[in-house]
Design a protein around this ligand. Structure first.
Ligand SMILES: [Zn+2]
Length: 244
């Protein structure tokens, strides 16, 4: 685990090939995504390392309900009663009314490269025993609830990677949390920098690209992706270079 403070209130934590973020203010902590199940200990530890008690966690905002973004949620719900919010459509995915996620068998079939085999092994290790995880307590976001949470984030619908994928923007500090709508690195990608995840991860590839382009209209100074390092600067210009 590596914690990187990217603005006054925002800390990005690199876990097992995935990021989560902590938004801290005097109202407590909003957690954006929650790592793999195997990252649960580190998610809890990261809250303490930025100077908060676990009781300060006011909510978890989920970008999408893939296993690498919801891992610590059962513990946070069961031990602390933390509410969980995501986009209205993603609530159905979080409850596993349907599943838009690559299976372990598909992973092995499609990732026969050395790089792929290493990633699959790491992934299976941090998912072990939790492949069937769901988030039955997920609730649909509404603007009023969001405004009352630490950070005062707003919802940015970004369908594609999953039908209900939702990014978040913190206007006060110009931070965009893009989840997997737009990433800057991943063990399966050859290069770093703004890009989409490999196509087999995206439920709807054209939709993913359209949502990524749409993020160019968000007036962000700092991008915090679900995978890869945070980046700064003129996001709109960088997006044009990548997505046209
Ligand atoms: Zn992911």
């Amino acid at each position: 685990m590596k914690i990187d403070q990217v603005s006054e209130s925002v800390y990005v934590v690199a876990g097992t090939n995935v990021n989560w973020a902590l938004v801290s203010d005097d109202r407590g902590v909003t957690l954006v995504d929650a790592g793999y199940p195997g990252d649960t200990g580190d998610v809890l530890k990261s809250v303490r390392e930025i100077g908060h008690d676990l009781a300060d966690v006011a909510a978890v905002l989920v970008t999408h309900a893939h296993l690498d973004h919801i891992g610590a949620i059962p513990t946070l719900v069961e031990q602390l009663g933390v509410p969980v919010y995501t986009g209205a459509e993603e609530v159905r995915h979080a409850k596993r009314e349907y599943l838009q996620q690559i299976t372990p068998v598909q992973m092995v079939q499609r990732l026969g490269t050395r790089r792929g085999i290493v990633w699959v092994a790491q992934t299976l290790r941090v998912c072990a025993g939790h492949i069937g995880m769901s988030v039955p307590t997920a609730q649909a976001l509404d603007a009023e609830v969001l405004a009352g949470l630490p950070g005062g984030l707003i919802e940015v619908p970004t369908p594609g990677h999953t039908n209900g994928h939702t990014a978040y923007f913190m206007p006060g500090e110009g931070v965009l949390f893009s989840g997997d709508a737009l990433v800057t690195g991943h063990p399966l990608l050859l290069e770093t920098g703004l890009q989409l995840l490999p196509g087999f991860f995206n439920h709807d590839e054209p939709g993913t690209l359209a949502s990524a382009r749409g993020l160019g209209s968000v007036d962000a100074d700092i991008l915090v992706p679900g995978h890869g390092l945070p980046i700064r600067g003129d996001l709109a210009r960088q997006l044009v270079e990548f997505a046209g």
